[in-house]
Design a binder for this molecule. Structure first.
Ligand SMILES: [Zn+2]
Length: 561
């Protein structure tokens, strides 16, 4: 962490005022690295799967989060010291005694404090009652306090809010994949794990709307041989199997979910997460978020232990059915059958003999209103209808439920949602930790970042900042520096120190302009040095931009130069 701060990857926010726990700013190298990770993520979904990307609001009204369940369920258990008032996350206080303390109830946690004699970590005082602490940041929309708003706890809700628009944009077809990156907020009680628990964090989320009866995936065969390390919730051992085996053995619930677990592995490895320190852990049934049917977390082995960095969840129909119900909007998809089917169904029919004489001129409107209802609308034998804005409660003599045969061409269903959700900051931090390599004997640090995500691709140096070497090196730096290849000019200090600075920044290659560049039989050539092998080669200066481009894309290897 110290190196990442020193080199300008991340800085604690508001540091000159003492900082705020769980908040970090990205420095120049960090911001580039983070953007490069997004640039690996985007084509995997947008290019390969044809998904679309949107950008929605950060602040949302209360109704949204009432429907989504966040208002009632997005909470951690909190306790305050009765003596000094310090707040603590209750489950963290007992985590050495229990396997899954985050699933314990208030009462269980209070009893655990008694049993294990847990006291305030600050003053040793007695801990108070355990209660729910909602993790959303609350604010007001507009002046006054009449309209409560919340900073979004996940980017996903903005996609669900736009489902109708997106569905129409996609010509009312499923599957429909929608992506979004941006900030989300979680008012953590006591964030202590650096970038792993941030109060303001970056997400890369995909919501894939899919027919619940058809969770296959057309490109599945391409992913089928990808090997996964899985930790299913049925055991405590990891198992290694291909994506195909995981579906065939029903370890992962369906093709689409398994496909995107495979995609997630490809994404993480391409960004530089070490495959040997990566596994997918299935949530325990009692650990699943309130909206999830099945969920697999990508976990990376970090200095703090196995840590969740992204999740792939089958959210079922939770989101759209809740928002449909709470907003009164139709968020369904029409599945057209190949051929019309004859089905038997129960229908509500008006009892014309009673309706006519009772409602006279309104009989037609009442009949229509009754027959628009379904048997599910009958509550305690009564049916409530609205005619011309007037609500009527009808007794059972006004209608009948009859069994009819009907030809139907299709049905309306609520799409299910598969969600590969990435914690961008966590991937960023994992990439840095897994790239970090320190040679104790030499006291030398190298950040072995994958070229594709490395913030600076090439350092360009004159051997000495004189005799025209610096002029040539500056020109070369400009020639190499492109949108794809960020180049960095450095002429300060000994050449060895300059290499060391670039190695610490994770720069894969350095080019040096020396006296041979200017004169003699090697005129017009420069040396290029490889970070990971420290090997040096001479290349033609004019070829440098093309060579760097090929090295980044992997078209050429350094050993082939
Ligand atoms: Zn205390």
């Amino acid at each position: 962490m110290a190196l990442f701060k020193r080199r300008g990857f991340i800085w604690p926010s508001y540091d000159i005022y003492g900082g705020v726990a769980g908040m970090y700013d990205y420095g120049p190298l960090g911001f580039s690295l983070r953007n490069n990770i997004v640039d690996v993520w985007r084509p995997l979904y947008k290019g390969r799967e044809g998904f679309v990307e949107i950008d929605s609001e950060y602040v949302g009204p209360r109704e949204v989060f009432k429907a989504s369940g966040h208002l009632d369920k997005f909470a951690d258990k909190i306790t305050y010291c009765t003596k000094c008032g310090a707040p603590f996350r209750a489950d963290h206080l007992v985590k050495e005694y229990y396997d899954n303390p985050d699933t314990m109830t208030e009462k269980e946690l209070e009893e655990a404090f008694e049993k294990h004699n847990v006291k305030c970590l600050t003053c040793g005082g007695k801990l108070g009652p355990v209660e729910d602490f909602n993790l959303m940041f609350r604010t007001n929309i507009g002046p006054g306090t009449s309209r409560v708003g919340y900073l979004r706890p996940e980017t996903a809700q903005g996609i669900f809010m736009n489902f109708q628009n997106l569905y129409r944009y996609n010509r009312e077809k499923l599957p429909l994949g929608v992506m979004q990156t941006g900030r989300s907020y979680r008012n953590e009680i006591a964030p202590r794990q650096g970038m792993i628990r941030m109060r303001e964090f970056n997400q890369m989320e995909v919501e894939l709307f899919i027919d619940p009866e058809d969770k296959t995936w057309p490109r599945f065969p391409e992913m089928a041989d990808e090997v996964l390390t899985l930790l299913p919730n049925t055991g405590s051992e990891t198992v290694t199997m291909t994506v195909r085996e995981a579906v065939e053995k029903k370890v992962i619930a369906n093709e689409a979910l398994a496909y995107f677990v495979g995609t997630t592995k490809q994404l993480l490895v391409r960004c530089g997460v070490d495959p040997a320190r990566l596994r997918f852990r299935q949530h325990m049934p009692d650990e699943m978020a309130h909206y999830a049917n099945d969920c697999w977390d990508a976990e990376a082995l970090l200095s703090i232990g196995w840590t969740e960095i992204t999740g792939v969840a089958d959210r079922g129909a939770w989101d759209l059915s809740r928002h449909g119900q709470f907003s009164g909007t139709d968020l369904s998809h029409f599945v057209k059958y190949d051929e019309p089917r004859e089905v038997e169904m129960d229908k509500v029919k008006a009892n014309y003999k009673v309706i006519g004489p009772t409602f006279k001129g309104k009989a037609k409107a009442v009949t229509d209103a009754i027959e628009a209802k379904t048997p599910a609308d009958i509550v305690d034998g009564k049916l409530t209808i609205t005619v011309d804005g007037e609500e009527m409660v009808l007794d059972s003599d006004k209608f009948n439920v009859v069994r009819v045969k009907e030809k139907i061409s299709g049905e309306r269903i609520i799409p299910n949602v598969i969600e590969p959700s990435c914690g961008l900051d966590r991937i960023f931090y994992t990439v840095l930790e897994h790239a970090y390599s320190y040679d104790e004997k030499e006291d030398y640090t190298v950040l072995r970042l994958n070229p594709e995500v490395a913030p600076i691709k090439v350092g360009v140096f004159p051997l000495m900042a004189k005799d025209g070497l610096d002029t040539v090196a500056r020109e070369l730096c400009e020639a190499v520096h492109t949108h794809r290849a960020e180049a960095y000019y450095d002429d300060a200090g000994q050449i060895g120190r300059r290499y060391a600075r670039m190695d610490e920044a994770g720069t894969p290659w350095c080019i040096t302009v020396d006296y041979d560049t200017l004169d003699g039989d090697k005129k017009g050539t420069v040396t290029i040095r490889d970070r990971d092998t420290t090997e040096q080669k001479r290349i033609r200066m004019d070829d440098a931009p093309a060579i760097i481009d090929d090295l980044i894309s992997g078209k050429r290897k350094f050993s082939d130069l």
